[in-house]
Design a protein around this ligand. Structure first.
Ligand SMILES: NC(=O)c1ccc[n+]([C@@H]2O[C@H](COP(=O)([O-])OP(=O)(O)OC[C@H]3O[C@@H](n4cnc5c(N)ncnc54)[C@H](OP(=O)(O)O)[C@@H]3O)[C@@H](O)[C@H]2O)c1
Length: 112
């Protein structure tokens, strides 16, 4: 019996595209745990560029990138305004060109 969902590490450094595709082709939901606490990620210059274009924060860009890929991010925050902003960002979608720029961050050798 296939699982209803899998929860994995998934972020622009490790997009795990093959695994995400494998799951989606079988109707298995993919959840990205700890999507924001990736060392260095939120300081990436390309994310700053995209914040200027979209009005999102760097964290918001990462969350919107997850949702655009059909992956459900589950960030945590102790800051009310961030919780609200993170939820709003998950309602945004990025265009293909923007996703391509974020995909350039992929680092096959990345280890948290
Ligand atoms: N299945 C697994 O193996 C596994 C492993 C790890 C975690 N998890 C789960 O994943 C979820 C999230 O994990 P996590 O808390 O470790 O990681 P996270 O959500 O990636 O990171 C939380 C950190 O990000 C900060 N943050 C949140 N929103 C932000 C924003 N908009 N801008 C800048 N910083 C922001 C928070 O700071 P503030 O609090 O100061 O806002 C906090 O320091 C939890 O439910 C956890 O249980 C699962």
């Amino acid at each position: 019996m296939p699982p209803a969902l899998v929860q994995i590490e998934h972020h622009p450094y490790q997009p795990r595209t093959e695994l995400v595709r494998f799951c989606h082709e079988r109707g298995i939901h993919v959840i990205a745990h700890s999507p924001l606490s990736v060392p260095g990620l939120l300081a990436e210059p390309v994310l700053a560029d995209i914040t200027d274009e979209t009005g999102l924060t760097p964290a918001g860009v990462v969350l919107a990138w997850n949702v655009t890929r059909g992956v459900v991010p589950i960030p945590s925050s102790t800051t009310t305004s961030r919780v609200v902003g993170n939820l709003a960002a998950a309602g945004r979608r990025l265009d293909a060109e923007t996703c391509d720029r974020i995909d350039m961050l992929r680092r096959p050798d990345f280890e948290r």
